[in-house]
Design a protein around this ligand. Structure first.
Ligand SMILES: CC(C)(COP(=O)(O)OP(=O)(O)OC[C@H]1O[C@@H](n2cnc3c(N)ncnc32)[C@H](O)[C@@H]1OP(=O)(O)O)[C@@H](O)C(=O)NCCC(=O)NCCS
Length: 151
C-alpha cells in the first residue's frame, strides 16, 4: 500500500538516496547536488510504503498559471508499480485546487538517443504530457525537451 503525503519543504534528506540509486538518470555529481539543493527549497510530495520513502516529486511554480515537475524519481525496486502515476495524480489534484492550468516537465530530448530517458519520456507521455519543443542551448551539452500538460 502506497501513501502519498502532501507536499512539504525540506525533504531532500529523504529523497537523496533514491537519486543515488538511479545513476543512469542522475549520474553527474554536480547535477545531483543541484537537485538536492532545489528539492529542499521546493514543495515535495513523498510516496511512502510503510516506513520507506519509495518516490518523490518536487513542484516549482513559474507563474500564476503554470507549474513544473522540477524533479521526480521512484526507487528502482519499485518501478512500474504505479507509484510515479500516483505521485503525479496527487500533485495535479493539488495544483487544480490552486487554479493552476498548465504543468510542464523538462527531460532529455529524443535527439540524443538514450535508452533510460526514452523510458522517462514514455512515462510522461503515458500520463498525458505532450512534447512541446526541444531546446539545444538550455542545458549545456544536452538537448532538453519541454513536455506540457493542460490541467
Ligand atoms: C519515470 C518514473 C518516475 C516513473 O515512475 P514509475 O512508478 O516507474 O511509473 P508508473 O509505474 O507509474 O508508470 C505509469 C505508466 O508509465 C509508462 N511507463 C512507466 N515506465 C515505463 C517504461 N520503463 N517504459 C515504457 N513505459 C513506461 C507506462 O505506460 C506505465 O503504465 P503501465 O505500467 O500500466 O504500462 C520512474 O521510472 C523513475 O524514477 N525513473 C528514473 C528517474 C526519472 O526518469 N525521473 C524523471 C525525470 S528526471
Amino acid at each position: 500500500m502506497i501513501k502519498i503525503i502532501e507536499a512539504e519543504l525540506g525533504q531532500a534528506y529523504l529523497c537523496q538516496k533514491i537519486l543515488q540509486l538511479l545513476p543512469e538518470w542522475f549520474g553527474i555529481e554536480a547535477a545531483v547536488t543541484h537537485y538536492i539543493n532545489e528539492i529542499d527549497k521546493l514543495p515535495t510530495f513523498l510516496a511512502w510504503k510503510e516506513k520507506q520513502v519509495v518516490g518523490f516529486l518536487s513542484i516549482k511554480q513559474h507563474t500564476e498559471f503554470a507549474d513544473e515537475i522540477y524533479v521526480m524519481a521512484v526507487h528502482p525496486q519499485f518501478h512500474r508499480q504505479g507509484i510515479g502515476y500516483q505521485l503525479v495524480e496527487v500533485a495535479e489534484k493539488n495544483l487544480r485546487k490552486q487554479v493552476i492550468e498548465y504543468l510542464q516537465v523538462k527531460t532529455l530530448g529524443a535527439s540524443r538517443p538514450n535508452f533510460h530517458y526514452a523510458q522517462t519520456r514514455a512515462f510522461y507521455q503515458s500520463i498525458g504530457f505532450k512534447p512541446l519543443e526541444e531546446f539545444l542551448e538550455l542545458w549545456q551539452g544536452n538537448p532538453c525537451v519541454q513536455m506540457v500538460k493542460s490541467l
